[in-house]
Design a protein around this ligand. Sequence first.
Ligand code: GLC
Length: 647
Amino acid sequence: MSREPGVDLVGTVRPVALEQLGLLEGEAFLARLDLVLPDLRDALEEVYGAHGDVARLVPDLVADALAAATSRPEPLRVLDRRREVDPSWFLAEDVVGYVCYADRFAGDLRGVREHLDHLEELGVRYLHLMPLLKSREGENDGGYAVEDYDAVDPRLGTMADLEALAEALHERGIALCVDLVLNHTAREHVWAQKALAGDPAYRAFYRFFPDRTEPDAYERTLPEVFPDTAPGSFTHLPETGEWVWTTFHEYQWDLNWANPAVFRSMLGVLLTLANRGVDVVRLDAAPFLWKRVGTNCQNQPEAHRILQALRALTRLAMPGVLLKAEAIVGPDELVPYLGGHERYRPECDLAYDNQLMVMGWSALAARDARLPAQALARRRQVPRQSGWVTYVRNHDDIGWAVGDEDAWAVAVDPARHRAFLADFYAGRHPGSFASGADFQADPGSGSVRTSGMTASLAGLDEALEHGWPADVDAALRRVELLHAVAYAFGGIPLVYMGDEIAMRSDPDWAAEPEHGDDNRWLHRPRMDWVAAERRHDPQCPEGRIFSALRAMAAARRSTESLRSDADTWVVNQGNPRVLAWVRHHPRAAPVLGVACFSDGEELLDATVLRHAGITDPRPLLSSDGPLDWWSGQLRLHPWSYAWITTT
Ligand code: GLC
């Protein structure tokens, strides 16, 4: 049992836990407490030790976790039990995800409930609904400016609707993921309003500065997130003459996580939200929680420790609930969010594989898979208890995060390549098939990001405009190809709403006045349910992509080698236009993934199969039917893919 000199926390908690939770659940809670306490104390000591209040903080937080465990509804406790028995439930081969805004998908939360058949048809077992808590009126960054964490946005429904939806999802075996915006609140949040009114307890929830001295010092090394529309990271408050930290927009005030009261309040928000039936909590903007002068104020050790402490307390209260880090950071900074530090420290269960996404688009534009092969082969394995979410694009822009070291390793100039990708996907590069748009061009750093729906970036707009069937076919093949990588590389594949029926960028994205200067709305369209009716017609784009994604989900389901926790390694082979990787799980035959980033035919040496341990190859799934052999080599059609296994 974990003890501190003179303090036996487990002993103190024991009678209360047994009384509140009963013998069996109480003992289970105490066993979890034993397990997480060292990690929790360690993490909090490092973050809040200087304040000297950790000895008081820990029992308070454990009491909060116990209260949340006590009020946890029974059906959710049943889920907890099952997940404690099978802690890798979310890494299973049949878990496929879908992401949408409730309103854009189906009007509101009740509407979402009416469209669950659509998700089931796609094989979805994980649904991420974009921010749905009450956000401020007017501009709210797509819901990422929360005014009230205890209320569902009235435009989407009520807490009761959210609970009913979670229940309906659970009945179908679908887990629900919801955003928790923990780096900042809207300036309209009651904490911010009290702070503005001068309440010292709430002033300590944010970071105010009397003048520009400290902001200037920080800004010397702070990158800007929205250089174009929201430059700088601080906002002047005419009410008080001060400056407040606002990493994102002026109406999003960064919380002061150096204050333990912020930690405790946010823990409360997290546990309450999860008790509504949320299975996976997406921790928005996780890298930004800790600020340190002289740094970019991302990925600071304390930010990781805060996540580790949140994880320990969530596990304690509700062991079936997962944390997912939204950390869109450089390739070398990613794995720590999954607990991969100098030693394993349980942190988040899931994180976005931003690198795989960027590398897919890079290969598609360059017709060259060497950079992806280099970057993906080099990075560290993720701890087995955790996994990626993989995706072709998401609701944000694509930032061209090409690592300098990786680019130079394959003789590519990183800055030029980043510029090439931005030009290519904005349709500026000669011969480009894409029709995306620049997002937040920053003349200072030279960085340009990209907005657009998958199908539009892959060339469908251009192709339909010219009406050449071969171009339409190529564009759709590219959409499938990228999904075939996301579905098989390792992780929960996420389909972003509309991509399953090849929807193109929204021409009316700027129609809502509050979206006008944010072209990420190009790829946040309203679901086209009329087009979705064509999803079974193989002659049209909707049917092509929908049936391809269904087939990918079905093929995944058939082999444990495509589980998220099966090993992945990139295969070195001679063809620069082909990305090949092996998936392996001890209980199943290996799978070789092959993705051909070329508009011509390519050959792959058959020895690759042997090296992968595949003796009698057969396609588990492929874009072009049976394997096509040509004088001992595998012939790959333009933009083709295959998942090859052995009989
Ligand atoms: C995350 C969200 C993004 C939002 C930002 C600020 O990065 O994905 O959409 O703008 O956080 O909350």
